[in-house]
Design a protein around this ligand. Structure first.
Ligand code: ACO
Length: 426
């Protein structure tokens, strides 16, 4: 088999190497294309562009596969914890018991945030979206935790600080937004239980940690932990390529995740399901709107750039919703609407022909509602879960000897050279 592709242009033929991944994916390496031919490629939305070579996450859009460092996400959801999965993604291998204990201790040791950061929260307008606040606060962390002496120390410390403090910042933001007393992290609690305690404990009503909730949160965050070169991860890599500090790169990732076509879809799904409930369960109108080419409305939580089959994370999330709601005896009418909507869509020719299936965001909001997380905070929950992936991808790019500043080209279609006309002569 050829290990190169040929391109013929203006009578000349050029050979470009073909790169093959460990799961058989192939790519034409065009890094010398412009130099050899004077041409660039044009690929809006980068749907056909491999931006890097990576050994972190494998996904198959056709087969519905997702693996972190080779391990299927289904196995991690069943057996692992979010902390262990974070270690796996960032360090490349599963930790030993000692390594995991040390990592957990480090996370707890770095869980407090500077008291002065509380003042920022008080000055955001009441209606501020929690994602805008989180992105700003994570960027602000650099001012409170300046660069360390050695690269090694800087990376290790910043990674644990980010993982631990972002979770504290999110819970603190929730408490302050409600005018409640901030609950500090506890060093005796593991990562997920600690978050739930910071969110829901209060001086008047102590929070009782519920094992089912803790398991559900672990699964929720494991399912969000990485997803190769998606919009926000690409933002982290692109911003990071300018060699900014990790806090700034992650802050950019949080901003990118906010959008309703990306992580913001989890909030948009619940808003859409709530609207259907308010309109007496009228699903047909929503389906019609989603199919109407003249209406910008899309069925939220449906469709994916890569998955052209059922998103494996959505399958787990749906089962988790059923399990948690049943166990906690919660009757959420939105779950019934979601299931009915899914059934109608999956039997509709438009959705069949366009390969549109539920994605991770379709059922995740229902699980978060059962945990008591407010809708406006859903995408913040996604962001905390995605931290290990962003960090691992940033680290991989920073360590890559071939890594270059991200700087795509364009095809210019504006005016050609035009004379400046002074203001009085226009
Ligand atoms: N509802 C209705 N039609 C859809 C939907 C949808 N949710 N998604 C895609 N389509 C249609 C488009 O209208 C288009 O139709 P056409 O070819 O007849 O014009 C076709 O499917 C392809 O759509 P694109 O926008 O080109 O597909 P793309 O790969 O760029 O989009 C995306 C992927 C953005 C996720 C899209 O499916 C969407 O908007 N979904 C809803 C938002 C959502 O759930 N986002 C979360 C994704 S998961 C994540 O990021 C965490």
């Amino acid at each position: 088999m050829d290990n190169y592709a040929k391109i013929t242009y203006e009578g000349k033929t050029y050979k470009l190497p073909v790169v093959k991944g460990s799961e058989g994916e192939k790519a034409i390496d065009i890094s010398t294309l412009r130099q050899k031919t004077g041409l660039i490629t044009l690929d809006p939305g980068f749907a056909n562009t491999g931006s890097c070579i990576s050994s972190i996450t494998f996904m198959s859009g056709e087969k519905g596969i997702l693996r972190y460092r080779g391990i299927p996400v289904e196995e991690l959801a069943r057996h692992s914890t979010f902390t262990e999965t974070a270690y796996l993604l960032i360090n490349g291998v599963l930790p030993t018991r000692n390594e995991l204990n040390r990592f957990s201790v480090l996370l707890n040791d770095n869980s407090l945030v500077h008291e002065d950061m509380q003042i920022f929260y008080q000055n955001f307008p009441r209606a501020s979206h929690p994602m805008g606040i989180l992105s700003s606060m994570v960027n602000a962390l650099r001012s409170f935790y300046p660069e360390l002496q050695t690269v090694e120390e800087e990376i290790n410390k910043t990674v644990t600080r980010l993982l631990s403090k972002t979770r504290t910042l999110a819970a603190m933001s929730y408490k302050i937004s409600r005018g409640h007393k901030v609950i500090y992290p506890r060093t005796d609690l593991p990562y997920c239980a600690n978050f739930l305690n910071m969110m829901f404990d209060s001086p008047v009503k102590p929070y009782r940690i519920n094992r089912d909730m803790v398991k559900a949160l672990n699964v929720f965050w494991i399912l969000h932990a990485d997803h190769e070169q998606n919009c926000s991860t690409s933002a982290v890599r692109v911003v990071g390529s300018g060699r900014v500090n990790l806090y700034a790169a992650i802050s950019a990732g949080i901003a990118a995740l906010w959008g309703p076509l990306h992580g913001g879809a989890n909030q948009a799904v619940i808003e859409m399901l709530s609207d259907i409930a308010k309109n007496g369960g009228d699903i047909d109108t929503v389906i019609k709107k989603a199919k109407d080419k003249n209406d910008p409305f899309r069925l939220m939580g449906f469709g994916h750039r890569v998955y052209k089959t059922y998103d494996p994370r959505a399958k787990i999330m749906k089962k988790m919703c059923d399990k948690v709601l049943k166990k906690l005896k919660i009757n959420d009418p939105l779950l019934d609407i979601a299931k009915k909507l899914e059934e109608i869509a999956l039997n509709d020719n438009y959705f069949i022909d366009h390969n549109l299936y539920p994605n991770v965001d379709f059922y995740s909001g229902i699980l978060l509602r059962a945990m008591g997380i407010p809708t406006k905070m859903f995408t913040v929950m996604f962001a905390i879960g995605r931290l290990p992936g962003w960090i691992a991808q940033w680290k991989e790019s920073a360590d890559d000897p071939k890594w270059r500043l991200s700087r795509p080209r364009q095809i210019y279609t504006g005016p050609t050279k035009t004379k400046y006309i002074p203001i009085d002569e226009r």
